[in-house]
Design a protein around this ligand. Structure first.
Ligand code: AMP
Length: 620
């Protein structure tokens, strides 16, 4: 009998999936080759593509180094740091417009847009231009089409920002298999090289964002214990601080008070070059010419002066590190290794401060510019089915929940929960005959939703009118591996259900995340007091309604003076409910409970007697 023999095609890859680090300043593509070796596209840093786009005319778009050249000549048509705009509204980024040399359309509604020569572009379209360029480079490298990728984002990106990144990938013709947190990608790259077990802190200071993550590596599983950071902190800020100093010197020494956008770019460029050179040199000579003012500026620049300028900016990364340690329930001694990621970690002062806070030498053997892309490539390899030994888990940065009676936040998924995750909880109505239930979804750490951030709202219905407390509503929160939240509400009696994917149109800056966390700590006591008042009121209201209903329905069982007594207590209770003393409300609630107990007992006896004949309950 003939039998089939499987033909071995050799160590080929099942599907070409690349890892993309879509950075604020630079982007990079990496891959895993036929021999399981990681590599980046372009040798000797050549594959690093500045995340800069020049839109010179309809269909005339250049990206990367070539686009960077246009920063000087076509300043208003050249876009950088577009990642900062992803998933944001104009209001979110308005305070930074003076730092940008291109124009944002001043529209108050919806997502921010960049205006270039009268045409508006979304950050998604602009990011897609970068991704298209990266895709083309990869295709040239492999000599075949590339259709799928893993793209990295900062750990603090919210749903809108993650979704925007995914959409940009799609627009560029890429199937985005996973949106991966940058520090997690770095840990992956690190784990591959070292095969270490233990707890790792990933300190990622790039051009525009700062991320700190604490991860536990165990048996091939990378679990994120805590994340923190600042989406508005990075090497760009150091450049800005240097520029401020240079501009005041230009004003003092050369009388150049105002500069053209082109000149501003020149100063920015000089500042960045000086900063980078001082990572290895102790002192450099700085020189540049402002063409429009015909001024040549030069001065010596020493590392200690740079450190004096950059020190306060680097210091701002320290508190998120301390908080991440606290969130992970660890002391510095609990960290086994510290990994450095991002171009700015080449600065000696950064290495020193990171070493001090985590009480150990940071691990910097991997190229800090490549580490994220390499980790993304490893994840891409896992998802393309080439590798089975790695599983990735991330966490949610802020608690997620829904609004309940009295405007309280009912948390379904607490902050720092590992994702993907699914949580279900059950709720009921507080008012009789509700035919629709509003599900308001919030993000934040405070006890009351008004202090948190609304993500979505929808109504579950129509529902059959029922007395309060009768319906059983199940609410399920599911967060997928990309950190995108799906909220589902179901009426268990009728099976009616409604679901929503949360894609908030407004972004959340790291400042806001920080503020929310800080306030949740500072206001914890006030919040608890208020929660107790609200809970006492809710309980009181429930008892008032039950007592009133019983008195009306069983008037025949109410004894002389009983109704008056109950009404008098309800009167006092209503008064107490207006005030903020939860102890008083509770006292009166207990009094009402106590006073209505004999009536409740009679009602029960009565219904039991009706049910089993004319016997008294004591006789049964
Ligand atoms: P990334 O976002 O990771 O690509 O990092 C880019 C940032 O790293 C920019 O602010 C660069 O100026 C900065 N950077 C790159 N190389 C160096 C260096 N040698 N020293 C200091 N900063 C650097």
């Amino acid at each position: 009998m003939a039998s089939l023999l499987q033909i071995d095609l050799g160590p080929g890859r099942k599907r070409r999936v690349v890892g993309i680090d879509l950075g604020t300043t630079n982007s990079l593509v990496a891959y895993i080759d036929e021999h399981d070796q990681p590599g980046v596209i372009g040798a000797d840093g050549d594959g690093i593509v500045p995340s800069v786009i020049a839109v010179l005319g309809q269909g005339d778009v250049v990206v990367g180094r070539r686009a960077k050249e246009h920063l000087f000549t076509d300043t208003e048509k050249t876009v950088y740091s577009v990642k900062r705009l992803m998933g944001k509204s104009y209001n979110d980024v308005e305070r930074d417009t003076h730092l940008l040399s291109y124009r944002l359309a001043p529209r108050r509604e919806g997502l921010v847009r960049v205006e270039i020569a009268g045409t508006e572009y979304t950050p998604i379209e602009l990011s897609a231009m970068i991704l298209r360029d990266l895709k083309a480079r990869a295709e040239e490298h492999f000599g075949e089409t590339v259709t799928a990728a893993v793209i990295t984002v900062p750990a603090y990106f919210n749903d809108a920002q993650r979704q925007a990144t995914k959409d940009a990938g799609k627009l560029a013709g890429l199937d985005v298999l996973r949106i991966l947190n940058e520090p997690t990608a770095a840990a992956l790259a690190y784990g591959l090289d070292q095969e270490r077990k233990g707890t790792v802190a990933v300190y990622d200071l790039g051009g525009g964002t700062f991320d700190i993550s604490i991860l536990r590596l165990e048996g091939g599983v990378y679990q994120v214990l805590a994340t923190g950071g600042d989406t508005y902190l990075g090497g760009d800020d150091i450049d800005q601080a240097i520029m401020t100093r240079l501009r005041s010197e230009l004003a003092e020494q050369h009388g150049v008070a105002e500069v053209t956008p082109q000149e501003l770019q020149q100063i920015r460029d000089a500042a960045e070059r000086a900063k980078q050179a001082l990572s290895t040199a102790e002192e450099i000579a700085m020189e540049f010419t402002l063409a429009d003012h015909a001024v040549t500026f030069h001065r010596a620049f020493r590392r200690d002066e740079l450190e004096e300028i950059a020190g306060p900016i680097i210091e701002r990364t320290m508190e998120p590190c301390r908080r991440a340690l606290r969130d992970a329930g660890l002391a510095a001694a609990g960290i086994d290794a510290v990994v450095l990621v991002g171009g700015s970690t080449r600065m000696p002062l950064v290495k020193q401060r990171v070493g001090e806070i985590f009480e150990r030498e940071p691990f910097d053997s991997l190229n800090p510019d490549e580490v994220v892309a390499l980790g993304a490539a490893i994840q891409a390899d896992v998802l393309s089915g080439n590798r089975r030994d790695t599983l990735l888990l991330d966490v949610v940065p802020l608690s997620l929940g829904i609004e309940t009676v009295g405007g309280m936040m009912s948390v379904l998924i607490p902050r720092n929960t590992t994702i993907p995750t699914q949580v279900r909880d059950h709720y009921t109505t507080f008012v009789d005959n509700q035919t629709g239930i509003n599900i308001n979804v919030y993000q934040g750490e405070r006890e009351f939703v008004r202090d948190n951030r609304q993500l979505a709202a929808f109504t579950l219905g129509p529902l059959p009118p029922l007395p309060a407390g009768m319906p059983k509503i199940e609410v399920a929160f599911t967060i997928d591996a990309d950190g995108i939240l799906r909220v589902k509400a179901k009426d268990m009696r009728t099976g009616t259900e409604q679901e929503i994917d949360v894609r908030p149109s407004y972004g959340l800056t790291e400042d806001e995340v920080e503020r929310m966390l800080r306030e949740s700590i500072e206001r914890a006591q006030d919040d608890i007091n208020e929660r107790m008042v609200v809970e006492a009121r809710t309980e009181a209201e429930t008892l008032i309604q039950a007592a009133t209903k019983t008195v009306e329905k069983h008037a025949d069982l109410v004894e002389a003076g009983e109704r008056e007594r109950i009404e008098e207590i309800i009167g006092r209770m209503r008064e107490a409910m207006h005030g903020g003393d939860h102890r008083l409300i509770r006292e009166i609630t207990e009094e009402l409970d106590h006073v209505t107990e004999p009536l409740a007992q009679r009602v029960m006896n009565d219904s039991v007697q009706k049910g089993i004949g004319q016997k008294k309950i004591e006789e049964v």
